[in-house]
Design a protein. Structure first.
Length: 133
């Protein structure tokens, strides 16, 4: 029964890291999609961009409006999971240009999430397409 428990714990930890990588990918794709569709959050009169900022072990989705930034989401990585490489400190999807800008880094951007001895690489290319390896 000890082997079954260790196997379950190993599987569970792998799932935590994989889900964290998938959640990050979905957040990037949502920012891109919102920018392309020009989705205005409530209180936003003139939309300029959608961005995802990465700081520490969290990331923040924001809409940039003429009236200021509007927070869309704040996501903390799970306990024992962290970014060990950050490709760009921010990803900004412009509304007018449909361009992806990279803050403090360059595209394609590689992000590495690690936890429990497991690593997942999230790659964002120049067009804002995302893949997990």
């Amino acid at each position: 029964s000890g082997v079954v428990f260790v196997s379950f714990m190993s599987y569970s930890r792998k799932q935590i890291v994989e889900q964290a990588a998938l959640n990050f990918k979905v957040a990037i794709e949502k920012a891109k999609s919102n920018a392309l569709a020009r989705v205005k959050p409530s209180g936003c009169t003139s939309l300029a961009s959608y961005s995802l900022e990465i700081a520490g072990n969290a990331y923040y989705a924001r809409a940039s409006c003429a009236s200021g930034d509007i927070s869309e989401a704040s996501i903390q990585l799970p306990q024992n999971v962290s970014f060990i490489q950050i490709g760009c400190s921010s990803l900004v999807f412009g509304i007018l240009s449909n361009a992806l800008l990279c803050g403090q880094g360059e595209l394609p951007a590689n992000y590495i999430l690690a936890g429990y001895g497991i690593e997942k690489t999230i790659i964002v290319n120049n067009g804002g397409n995302v893949q997990i390896q």
